[in-house]
Each structure stands twice: as C-alpha cells, then as structure tokens.
Design a protein around this ligand. Structure first.
Ligand code: NAP
Length: 492
C-alpha cells in the first residue's frame, strides 16, 4: 500500500462515521423529496460524500422541532444549560483531531488551520457556558412616578442560523453557543460546500446532553427557498447570518417581512497599516496570521497592506521570503501550510483579481501562477506597486494574495484605510502606543488589531460597521443577540 493509499483508507475511515442526512428533532432523516448533493474534496476534486438536501417542507419540520423543544429548553435552569455547553466543549476537544481532519477534507485548509479552528469553535461553548449564568437584569426607580423599573432578559425564541464554508465549525458554534446559553432553540443551515462538519457535531451535542429538537441541522442546495420559508414562519424570531454582504442584504429584506431580529456578520476589506516606527519582524509575523490564516479565506483577512514608504522595501522583502517559504499541498499532508481554495469559483476569482492588478502595473514578488493538475490550489503571492484602481483593493480577495502599497503620513494612512464600504477589522503596527490608540479611534472598523494580526476571541465582541454587518458575536454582546429585553413597571 502506498502512502497515499494508506491516507485514503484513513479518509474512508474518517467519513464512515459521518452522518449525511438531515438532523431534525433528534433524528436523522432523508429529505422529503429524496434529493441529495455532492461534497467535494478541494485538494483532489474527488466526491467525498452525498448529503441530503433539505426542502421547504423539511425546513418547516425543523422549525416544528425547534418550536416543540423551545419551552423545555428555555425552562431549564441556566446552570443546567451551562453544564451541557461545558460538556460540549470537552467532547469537541476529545474529538478534536477527527473533526480537524474532516474540516480539511471538505474545506481544504491545512491541518494546522483546522486544528486551530476546532479549538476556537469549542471555546465558544466554554465561553457561553460561563455566560449562560450571567443573564443579569436590573432594577431602578422611575424618576417621576417612583414606580420600580424591573428589566429582565428572556430567550428570543426559535433562531435560524445560516453559516459560510470558510469556518465550517467556528461560524456555527459562535451562534449555537450563545443561542443555547440564552435558552433559544435553533435551525442551522450550513454552507453547501462544507455541510459535513456540522452534521458530525450533532452526535457530540447529543452526547453532551442537548435535548432533541434544540439544535436542528438542514443542509440544502436550495438555500434561498429554505431560508426564506423559515424567515416567513411567525415562530422564527431571530436570524443570525454569516456570509457575503450580498446575501446578508437579501436576508435583511426578508427578515423585514415578519420583523425577525437580524444579526449579520458580513464581508470585510481589512487594511493593514505598518508605520515607520513599527517593529518590522513583529509586523511580518502579524501579517502572516492576518493574511494567511485559512489561506486568506477569512472575512478578517488583511486585504490591503499600507506600509510607510521608509520601511516598505524591508517589509516587502521579508513578507515575500515568508510567503515563498510556505509549503503548498493537500492540507492533510504533514508540513503543508497552504491547502487548496474551497472551490473553482473561489480560485477563478483570485486569478481574475491578480491578473487585473498585474495588467494595471503591479509587480509580482512571489507566486501569481496557477499550478497545473487537480485541486483548487493557488500559491502564496505578494504584489507591490498595486495601482489604486485595482479591483482587489475594493473587493475581498479571499485567497493567499498580499497587495502592498505605500503611504507618507498618518492622515493619508487613515484616509486610505477608511476608504472602503466595509468596516470589519483593521490592523496597525507601531511602537508608539499614543499613535496606536489615536489612529485606532479614527479607523471606522468594528475591530482593531493593534500590534496584533489576530482579533478573533470568543470573549470579545466580534463584528463590523458599515457594509460588514449588524450586531456582535462572542463576548457578552453575543448572548444579548438571542435575548429579548422585557421591562416590568412595578408598583413596589
Ligand atoms: P455566502 O455565499 O453569502 O453564503 C453564506 C451562507 O448563506 C451559505 O450557507 C449559503 O448557502 C447561504 N446562502 C446563499 N444564498 C442564500 C440566499 N439567497 N438565501 C439564504 N441563504 C443563502 O457566503 P460564503 O461564500 O459562504 O462565505 C464567504 C463570505 O462570508 C465572505 O464575504 C466573508 O467575508 C463572509 N464571512 C464573514 C464573517 C464575519 O464574521 N463577518 C465570517 C466568515 C465569513 P449555500 O452554501 O448553499 O450557497
């Protein structure tokens, strides 16, 4: 048996226990019309599974199940809900390696990235286990009447969760964790490119003690119809979406019909500023994380590097050396740091953006050439002299491509960083903390990485301004997205 055959025997083994049907009311079911769709390994372009594709009838059944379970789950003591979430955290960590390999198999990202994602996704259950017991209200005295103002927070009700393919585990647990902590039940529609990870999580949640119907998962190739059906069901009270701004906007329109409460984590176009006084080695380390976590397929990925003209050449040289040193290949192979992109469309978009920049004068310092053969691979690429009218400065690259431009003054850096319709995250490197904080305040972004290339943290409020979204996930704010505030005016 060759090494490769051994690996594929292991993948078969891995997939043998992964469910591929719909998880509704604590049971596996086929879709009502029997339809299924294929899941592809982006490294080999092989079909790895066939998954049930939910219909609108299935979506209704999932909402029925979530509604049936709602009162029981909301009625549990916060401590009971917390213990179940904490157990889920422990079980995910127990199964971390198996889940990481599954993520790599369906998404393509290199195993170290998948391992990081599994730990990050589990942390949302640990964090929200701790938040579940901190649903704190308040009492005050009405200034005029003297009545007491009693404020409490109640579970908002059934929540519809829609997640993208780039973090198949974490984008879902970042919603399931707070929803369950708040006492809500959920129907989750994972991305069609990567439905297996969430299906694999369901037996783990069951083992942790999540009752039937509290979490339902319905992959579907008819996303638009299925989600629309649920948003027009009066029993659904929250829609929490992570994905593109374009689809988020559609869902906001749909949510308006029944006044469903929206939480939207949308696209980004992150600037990465390097001032002349920055520690360049630290900035390179941060840049590699901000750019290359998930091969650049992250809403938080640094999309535009603005480097002070005095340190530009040094930064570009060092970044190029690091990028060129990354081993590209099947994400399951030892030592690989750069797997394939998720699908052909994703790679075609990267090729188009690089070609456009090069046609407008950009200089390729490394990468820039699509490799032959199977798999949606694209090499780590660094471009300088990128002209201001290049498409990649206005659109998410969603690939391993760093575009570097220069600036002269602090004001110019801030103006150019803010010159985008997005407002998710910005990064900046400087040794002068006064400047760091001054510039941070002037940046119109929901999150700032100040001398850090990574902002994601379950304990922090993650989210964007402008076209990057509404609401926050993680932190205490994440819990509040799934709670309704009720005020009781009390004659004491
Ligand atoms: P997407 O195309 O918007 O899809 C996201 C989810 O929405 C998928 O489950 C998709 O299902 C579903 N969907 C697509 N069209 C729909 C419709 N008309 N109605 C209801 N649901 C629909 O985004 P993506 O390509 O998967 O993910 C990449 C995007 O997500 C990027 O823009 C990235 O910046 C953003 N993102 C944002 C954050 C954040 O926290 N701000 C985090 C991660 C990613 P199908 O897969 O079946 O199409």
């Amino acid at each position: 048996m060759t090494q490769r055959q051994k690996e594929y025997a292991m993948y078969d083994n891995l997939l043998a226990n992964v469910p591929t049907d719909l998880w509704i009311g604590g049971k596996w079911r086929k879709s009502s019309d029997g339809a299924r769709f294929d899941v592809i390994d982006p490294a080999t372009e092989n079909k790895i599974a066939s998954v049930a594709s939910a219909t609108v009838e299935d979506a209704r059944a999932a909402v029925d199940a979530a509604e049936a379970a709602a009162a029981g789950w909301a009625g549990k003591k916060p401590r009971e809900r917390a213990e179940i979430l904490r157990k889920a955290y422990e079980l995910i960590m127990r199964d971390a390696e198996r889940l990481a390999k599954l993520i790599t198999l369906e998404n393509g990202k290199a195993l170290p990235d998948s391992r990081g994602e599994v730990a990050y996704s589990a942390e949302f259950f640990r964090w929200f286990a701790e938040e579940a017991v901190r649903n704190i209200g308040q009492v005050s005295t009405a200034p005029s009447s003297g009545a007491r103002i009693l404020v409490q927070h109640k579970p908002a009700g059934v929540a519809v969760l829609v997640t993208p393919w780039n973090f198949p585990a974490a984008m879902a647990t970042r919603k399931i964790g707070p929803a369950l902590a708040a006492g809500c039940t959920v129907v989750l529609k994972p991305a069609s490119d990567t439905p297996l990870t969430m299906l694999a999580l369901m037996p783990i949640l069951e083992e942790a003690g999540v009752p039937a119907g509290v979490v339902n998962v319905i992959p579907s190739r008819s996303s638009g119809k299925v989600v629309s059906e649920m948003l027009h069901d009066m029993r659904v009270r929250v829609v929490s979406f992570t994905g593109s701004t374009e689809v988020g906007r559609k869902l906001l329109h749909e949510a308006a019909d029944n006044i469903v409460r929206p939480a939207m984590e949308l696209g980004g176009n992150a600037p990465f500023l390097v001032f002349e006084d920055a520690d360049i080695d630290a900035a390179i380390e941060g840049a590699m994380v901000a750019k290359m976590r998930n091969m650049g397929e992250a809403c938080t990925a640094a999309n535009r590097f603005y480097v002070h003209e005095k340190v530009h050449d040094d930064f570009a040289k060092k970044l190029t050396a690091k990028m060129a040193g990354l081993k590209m290949g099947n994400g399951l192979d030892e030592g690989v740091m750069l797997g394939p992109l998720v699908n052909k469309e994703g790679r075609d978009k990267v090729i188009e953006l690089v070609d456009d920049a090069v046609s407008k004068g950009a200089k390729v310092l490394t990468g820039g050439k699509t490799p032959d053969g199977k798999g949606f691979f694209y090499p780590a690429t660094v471009l300088t002299n990128v002209s201001d009218d290049s498409k990649m400065l206005n659109e998410e690259i969603f690939g391993p491509v760093a575009s570097i431009q220069t600036f002269k003054t602090e004001e110019e850096a801030i103006r150019r960083a803010n010159d985008t319709e997005y407002g998710l995250v910005a990064y900046l490197y400087t040794k002068d903390m006064a400047r760091g904080l001054r510039v941070s305040e002037k940046l119109d972004f929901g999150m700032i990485g100040l001398n850090r290339g990574l902002v994601s943290d379950p304990a922090a409020p993650f989210g964007g301004m402008k076209q990057s979204g509404l609401g926050r996930e993680g932190g205490h704010e994440g819990l509040m997205e799934f709670l309704e505030t009720q005020y009781v005016s009390v004659n004491w």
